[in-house]
Design a protein around this ligand. Structure first.
Ligand code: PLP
Length: 359
């Protein structure tokens, strides 16, 4: 068996021990004689998997009791619609557009109300995060929306905006990568396939008072957060296997020292890579230094041909999925929680050799 170092932006690398455990439980989950994939979501065994997953997530993120945890199919993209639909009161929605994902969310919100772009970093090809101290909030906004880590451009917010309206944050690509103060947010959500588990689900952590009390007549039932909040996220069949794997990843993160431990490991990995990039004469990181992501690291050489050559050669060396997103070009290394330090060391060693042979 040959495992590669997988730098994919998502679906992405998972902890090897989690995959091994899942493999060992594949045919017979703890004496049930069946796989979790074959199990009723109403069974006691699955109920326990679900409840433990939520409890472990609450512990990891220190989620206060007045926040609900929702497990929702449809990915982060479905929440682009659910957010304005559930939070709509005045119908004014404030957005900061710092990359493709917040742009998509902003455009979607425009279907449901007066979505306003308070600031955008499009002028710099989204290489930086707009200054949050300079935002002119709408006085009657239902919420302020940010994408805390822009996966494609490799930026993250160095600080959070201070606003009166509830803060809504897409954390798809930085979920559980470092400690987070849940109470500063109204809604924290993300698709799990970047940093938490296999594709098929978004996790939504939402302050209880922001969930509409009554049925929203014009909103499909599966887009209403209340449907999930009132039914342990099991109004219909949930993505059972994804919940099961996410639960294992939560336990793995706890064993790494929780989010503090995760942050330390992530900073070590990111520092290793950025320090090399800053010293390199061949490779150049594309995001502004103050706003660099711990998770997604885009970089370029001076030529498209050299970029292509690098991607090809790195693949042959067992370093997979380093090709950059077409909107930035070049390369991108996603170094999520489950990417081992040895993977980043292998990448940096490979880049050094490549640089030396192309000097
Ligand atoms: C990948 C990604 C999305 C889209 O996620 P889906 O689950 O595919 O809908 C949204 N936001 C961010 C920040 C992402 O990285």
């Amino acid at each position: 068996m040959a495992r590669v170092y997988n730098f994919s932006a998502g679906p992405a690398v998972l902890p090897e021990s989690v995959l091994e455990e899942a493999a060992a439980e594949m045919l017979d989950y703890r004496g049930t004689g069946m796989s979790v994939m074959e199990m009723s979501h109403r069974s006691a065994a699955f109920q326990q998997i679900r409840d433990e997953a939520e409890a472990d997530l609450r512990e990891l993120m220190s989620i206060p009791g007045n926040y609900k945890v929702l497990f929702v199919q449809g990915g982060a993209t479905m929440q682009f619609s659910a957010i304005p639909l559930n939070l709509k009161k005045s119908g004014v929605f404030d957005y900061v557009v710092s990359g493709s994902w917040s742009k998509k969310a902003f455009e979607e919100a425009g279907r449901f109300g007066d979505a306003r772009c308070l600031a955008s970093s499009k002028d710099g090809n989204f290489s930086y995060v707009p200054d949050v101290d300079a935002l002119a909030y709408s006085s009657d906004a239902d919420y302020l929306y940010i994408c805390q880590n822009e996966t494609i451009y490799g930026t993250r917010y160095p600080k959070l905006p201070e606003c009166d309206a509830p803060l809504v944050a897409d954390v798809s690509s930085c979920f559980l990568s470092e400690p987070i103060d849940v109470e500063r947010y109204g809604v924290i959500y993300g698709g799990v396939q970047k940093n938490v588990g296999p594709a098929g689900m978004a996790i939504v952590v939402v302050r209880e008072d922001l969930i509409p009390e009554d049925d929203l007549k014009d909103v499909p039932i599966m887009l209403q957060w209340r449907t999930y909040a009132d039914n342990d996220s099991m109004y219909n069949t949930p993505p059972c296997y994804t919940i099961y794997i996410c639960g294992k990843v939560f336990k793995w993160i706890k064993a790494q020292g929780g989010l503090e431990g995760m942050k330390k490991l992530n900073e070590e990995k990111a520092t290793l890579l950025y320090d090399y990039l800053d010293s390199s004469t061949l490779f150049k990181p594309t995001a502004r230094k103050e706003d660099r992501s711990l998770m997604n690291v885009p970089f370029v050489t001076e030529s498209d041909e050299l970029d292509a050559e690098f991607v090809k050669a790195s693949k042959a060396a067992g370093l997979e999925n380093l090709k950059g997103h077409r909107s930035v070009g070049g390369m991108r290394a996603s170094i999520y929680n489950a990417m081992p330090q040895a993977g980043v060391e292998a990448l940096v060693d490979f880049m050094r050799d490549f640089e030396a042979s192309h000097a």
